[in-house]
Design a protein around this ligand. Structure first.
Ligand SMILES: NC(=O)c1ccc[n+]([C@@H]2O[C@H](COP(=O)([O-])OP(=O)(O)OC[C@H]3O[C@@H](n4cnc5c(N)ncnc54)[C@H](OP(=O)(O)O)[C@@H]3O)[C@@H](O)[C@H]2O)c1
Length: 303
């Protein structure tokens, strides 16, 4: 597998346009989208449909029943598909992720899938075995890893956002660390450009982030300012947060993994922006404030 920093794409706005128009690469495909009801997968599915592809929305409750923990559900989702977007649950670096992604990729290739795009996380050492498993199992098929920063949509969708909406506080082990929150729609746009790009992004690690560093406190303050509702930010130790997850019924092994993840990934190593969105799409990432305005307009943080 190639090194991520050396291998980050250097395409320009001009050749990004070429990417969209590359001969023989823009034909309609059948794309399996895992996590298709989630923050990123739902946007990948939407962008793929808008690009004229047939989408197989694959999740436990999706149009195509698919469970990462039940390999008997994989073949029906994959058979006859051209490409697959992989969003592993609960996390790309979780115990068992590398084995599942490797086995899934092997089966996908056997069934004729030619391009696999894995959603991974920037700066997450725990995800490296999963990325390596994808690369090894893909063989001659194209594979691409999209390593994303923290999603802006974590503040608007999912359990953390639900808790914030209900309590008026974001309780999270993010300290005062800076993070370039990325809009999940930008990740989806990058995934679609990768699929349209044929060989251009094959075997590549693309690091994508938002364009601006904010602390979790800054992000919550921006949301409060636009939403017209005061939210607090309560930084807690990762272990304290883990104890709360245990109370909510998250299994012990997952809690231990998440504690380690928060203690490492939120230690400042990711306090920098990455150029992947501009390199691939030839435009700046969507700004966090625009994300907040749109989410407020759709009533996201109403109590
Ligand atoms: N959060 C971040 O900031 C961040 C940053 C970088 C990378 N990532 C990576 O992004 C991925 C998560 O993506 P997301 O935040 O878009 O997901 P999400 O919003 O948490 O949604 C989870 C999706 O996965 C499906 N799902 C849950 N359990 C499943 C299972 N056992 N088998 C099959 N599907 C299952 C869910 O649908 P059903 O309930 O219908 O199954 C849903 O579609 C993880 O791999 C994580 O490591 C996250």
């Amino acid at each position: 597998m190639t090194n991520d920093t050396q291998n980050t794409t250097q395409s320009t706005p001009e050749n990004a346009q070429d990417t969209q128009a590359a001969p023989g690469t823009s034909a309609a495909m059948t794309v399996v989208v895992t996590g298709a009801t989630g923050r990123v997968g739902s946007r990948v599915a939407e962008a793929a449909r808008a690009a004229g592809h047939e989408v197989r929305a694959a999740s436990r409750s999706g149009a195509v029943r698919f469970d990462w923990y039940d390999p008997s559900t994989w073949a029906d989702a994959l058979r006859g598909a051209d490409a697959a977007f992989l969003a592993y649950q609960p996390d790309v670096g979780a115990p068992g992720a590398a084995e599942a992604v490797g086995a899934f990729t092997r089966q996908a290739v056997e069934l004729g899938v030619r391009h696999l795009v894995l959603l991974s996380a920037r700066g997450e050492d725990q995800a490296h075995p999963t990325e390596a498993a994808l690369a090894e199992a893909a063989g001659a098929a194209r594979w691409t890893v999209v390593r994303a920063s923290w999603f802006a949509q974590n503040f608007s969708e999912g359990p953390l956002a639900d808790a914030m909406r209900e309590s008026g506080e974001l309780v999270f082990p993010g300290g005062e660390v800076l993070e370039p929150f990325i809009d999940a729609r930008d990740i989806a746009d990058v995934v679609l450009a990768v699929l349209a790009g044929g060989e251009r992004y094959a075997g590549r690690m693309l690091e994508v982030s938002g364009g601006r560093l904010l602390s979790f406190r800054d992000a919550v303050a921006e949301i409060s300012g636009v939403a017209g509702r005061e939210f607090g930010y309560v930084p807690v130790a990762a272990r304290e947060y883990g104890a709360a997850l245990t109370e909510f019924g998250v299994p012990g092994a997952e809690v231990e993994f998440l504690i380690e993840l928060f203690e490492t990934n939120l230690d400042g190593r990711n306090a920098h922006v990455s150029d992947g969105v501009r390199d691939v799409l030839g435009r700046a990432p969507r700004d966090f404030t625009d994300f907040v305005r749109e989410a407020v307009a759709s009533g996201t943080w109403k109590g």
